[in-house]
Design a protein around this ligand. Sequence first.
Ligand code: TNX
Length: 558
Amino acid sequence: MEHAVIPAPFQFAVASGPGFAFPPGTAIRYADSGLTAVVERFCAQLTRRTGVRLAPVLGAAADGPSVTIELRAAGALDELPGPAGLSAAGGDPADERYSLLIDAGRVVLRAAEPAGVARGLTTLLQLAATAPATDAGEVRVPAARILDAPRYAWRGLSLDVARTFFTVGEIRRVIDLLEFYKLNVLHLHLTDDQAWRLPMGRAATASVTAGSPPPGDDFYSEDDLRALAAYAAGRFVTIVPEIDTPGHATALMRLHPELNTGRNEVDYEVLPGHPRHAVWLDPELPATFELMEQVLAGVAAIFPGPYLHIGADEPRGMPDEAYTSYVRRLRRLVRALGRRPLGWQEAARAGLRPDDVIQFWLTGFDLPPHVKPHIRAQVEAELALASRDVEAAVSVPVPVIVSPLPYCYLDVPYAEPPSSGAALADAGLAGAGLAGSALAGSALGHAAQADRLSRLGLRVYAPRTVAESFGWDPGEALGPGRAGQVAGVEAAIWAEAITGFDDLSFLLLPRLPGVADKAWSAPPSGPWPAHRDRLARHGRLWAQDDLTYFRASTVNWG
Ligand code: TNX
């Protein structure tokens, strides 16, 4: 294998020669002080992962082996295609293109903007961190000429912090992972039936500080959210906040019983004799929008990005006219704040204008045999409506972020078993500081893996192998001839069955890097065996970061 860089670069031409070995104290030269933070973070990461120490040098030329960063658009970079789709940060997408020239004497990284420099340094970091050990104990990256550019401008992960609360520190670890795989959007699903994680929309006394709420009712303070937005921005990640209404509103109704109009907390039946409970926000009640206006304004004041995600999925038990009227009104509120509304696919039912954006998720998936007839009937009814929603979005047309469930939902159960205990001991994890014996009780141990495998992933979905989840092309997600409408790609992780951060990372890894590859890499993004072999060399990096991951038996973890 020539390299283990994920997402696979646009072009990776292996050159002749021994490659570049980092001597201790290698200079990393750059001329623009705006790059200092990015360069220093790279140096710290390289040292942490490989032990190699670099010396950042601003401006001065130096002799000897070095890494040089040139910040200017030039030559071959201009021939690389620009990205398709929307930028979550607004305006024209950042220029993330870069080139890397690696030979025995030096490494030269060229990019037009800091975002491109950051992407190039991430590639260099992955090359160094996955390089096979040499006899001399040095870290050597292969001689190569790399030209790289993203396929889509919007490459994200939707994270459900409503069903399970993740701390600010844990969300930072997720952002680090996004940056490592060149993803640039963190879509935060902040509200749902189970919890309302926003400081806005609470009773006045609770809204000032997070304090210590009752268990299960944790929420973020405004400072927490601001700190997250800044942390993400420093890593070229934009946070897209989602406030999910009018369905999925049980927690908000619990905070505001006055929103109950007598018809919006209902037991409805998909099949006779199988009532389901649902709460929705009633557009007939003025207080509904007074509250939502205040919430949206508060959220917009914290997150600088142009998009506000209004959710609008699964309006179960809600009359169609009420749904339409609610969604239209909410979009107007978002626009009045100078923001652009984005909604899950169902929002198409409220009508669409060309400046709406839709997120596609619901498409045919396999139901396991044990699924009861009334659930089956409900899923089939929702699928039929959902495919009409896609047709509506296509005919306007509006841009569509694609998150097709069978490929992007990371809460689909894994189908393969974990690799056997013996394979674990043989897998060379000692290099990551995990001796074989320590594995027995660790998150990577066979029993811990089997336990998570049995608990995690929603049982309404038929299990899929990691290879099956990788077998798609975003350009075809909306059907043939519709590639031009695909505005970006997002993975999604829902947390109903997740009990903590280790469960989360078990579901993110190894599939999230696969979605990142689809979102970044030019089509065809590469066959599964090549991706599988690259993944195999990333397991050690996750262990290094204390990230629990699924050791699928289909990957030869090294
Ligand atoms: C559907 S995706 C949902 C979520 C669930 C998820 C489970 C979407 C817009 N709604 O409420 O958590 O399925 O996979």
